[in-house]
Design a protein around this ligand. Structure first.
Ligand code: CTP
Length: 404
């Protein structure tokens, strides 16, 4: 193990997932699946009302663990099951959280297993409210929610949209993916709190005529994962993105661009105040000298496209006198180390992340080596999001103290 790279942050290992009565209880099945898929053990606790909407058997099958519903039969042989279950858990997540359950929590009631666990906890508590829009906006409910937030309970949502009752408004439970992402994000160390991070991601598209262009097979996944990881770490994140099919990560401001020239302009416009610039985009090195305004017609003769070099966005940022901390990516097909280190020196970068292009493009995994003034630091093959979190930790510990 190379001890000059940070070790992986401690991942979530076990949560208690509480279900209360509401039609959104069916979404807790998917939420359970997401946690289990991420190797997070889930102890499901259901109130009697929740059991009327979805059966404990479903949650038991998905979590692979016993589902608890009764304060008086909560599994521990010391009679302290109402306390034991949350001991050692990383968080209690109540989804869906009914108006009635929020009221109980706000007033410290403990008359069933879930409310007792919530009261006797020593871990974070998240609630994902789910109720009719009028229940949500009712003054008593709003008082309870404000009380809970002031007590340090994290309120996730609710979202707005069509409701099971046929009405439309605020009160829908967030989608399982959103709840899952918020909980995983909250567990990340806030190593970039107060920092501004600007990133580029995805391919660029250099138009030839109104319907054709030159691009590459970058999916944008690595850059988007880094933007997400930086936001999770507490940074204010702006992502300048070429055309991709990916949604913007939560809390990230995305600026959409097409060409290398547009990307350069957007970076320039958002650079002020940035502490870190990470260039992940696969920027076209050449662009057609002229774009035909009309669709180019086919002829029998060979055709030549004249291309001119684009601006090297990363090099132009890194060589500014007030440059932020600049991180480059080097996707190489061969001689990875030699080319990456040469690129790092040529572009005057404190840090470059190198990989084999053919292994990473489009994949959900990546295996990289970091190069800095101290040499090469290989990281293991990881999912792009796990790798992104490691890279954020690496960048954070190399960042100079803030001067502006
Ligand atoms: N980069 C950039 N602007 C460009 C070209 C590259 O900002 N016009 C950035 C990339 O985002 C990446 C780094 O420079 O962080 C290296 O990109 P890469 O394509 O690997 O290297 P190039 O400098 O283009 O050199 P080559 O294509 O010859 O390998």
């Amino acid at each position: 193990m190379d001890d000059s790279v940070t070790s992986a942050p401690k991942p979530l290992s076990r949560i208690v997932l509480g279900l209360t009565g509401g039609i959104a209880a069916y979404k807790a099945a998917e939420l359970t699946r997401l946690f289990v898929k991420a190797d997070i053990a889930v102890d499901v606790v259901m109130t009697p009302s929740a059991c009327r909407f979805i059966t404990p058997i479903t949650l038991q099958a998905l979590s692979g663990r016993p589902v608890l519903t009764d304060l008086w039969a909560s599994g521990a042989d010391n009679g302290m099951g109402h306390i034991d279950l949350s001991r050692g858990a990383d968080a209690i997540v109540v989804a869906p959280a009914s108006a009635d359950f929020l009221a109980k929590l706000a007033h410290g009631h403990a008359d069933d297993l879930l409310s007792t666990l919530a009261l006797a906890r020593d871990c974070a508590l998240f609630v994902a409210p789910a109720m009719n829009r009028q229940m949500w906006s009712n003054a008593a409910n709003q008082r309870n929610v404000a009380r809970l937030a002031a007590d340090g309970v994290v309120i996730l949502g609710p979202g707005s949209g069509d409701q099971a009752c046929g009405e439309t408004g605020v009160g829908r439970m967030l989608e399982p993916e959103e709840i899952f992402a918020a909980i995983v994000a909250s567990a990340q160390p806030k190593v970039l709190a107060g920092r501004r991070v600007l990133l580029t991601a995805g391919p660029t598209f250099e138009a030839i005529d109104p319907v054709r262009g030159i691009t590459n097979s970058s999916s944008g996944k690595m850059g988007y994962a880094l933007a997400q990881a930086a936001a999770e770490a507490g940074a204010t994140v702006t992502l300048v993105s070429g055309p991709t099919a990916l949604p913007a990560p939560a809390g990230v401001v995305r600026i959409d661009v097409q060409s290398a020239a547009e990307m350069a302009k957007a970076v320039d416009a958002h650079l002020a105040g940035a502490d870190v610039f990470v260039a992940v985009a696969a920027v076209a090195d050449y662009t057609p000298t002229a774009v035909s305004t009309k669709k180019i017609k086919k002829h029998d003769a060979p055709m030549t496209l004249t291309l001119e070099p684009t601006v090297d966005i990363l090099a132009s940022v890194a060589t500014r006198p007030d440059a932020p901390y600049c991180v480059g990516f080097a996707a190489e097909s061969h001689d990875v180390e030699r080319h990456a280190e040469e690129k790092r020196r040529r572009k005057k970068l404190p840090l470059i992340v190198a990989n084999r292009a053919q292994d990473a493009l489009g994949s959900d995994h990546n295996e990289v080596t970091l190069f800095d003034d101290a040499g090469a630091h290989p990281l293991p093959r990881l999912t792009k999001l796990t790798l992104a979190r490691r890279l954020v930790a690496e960048i954070a510990r190399r960042l100079p103290p803030r001067t502006r």
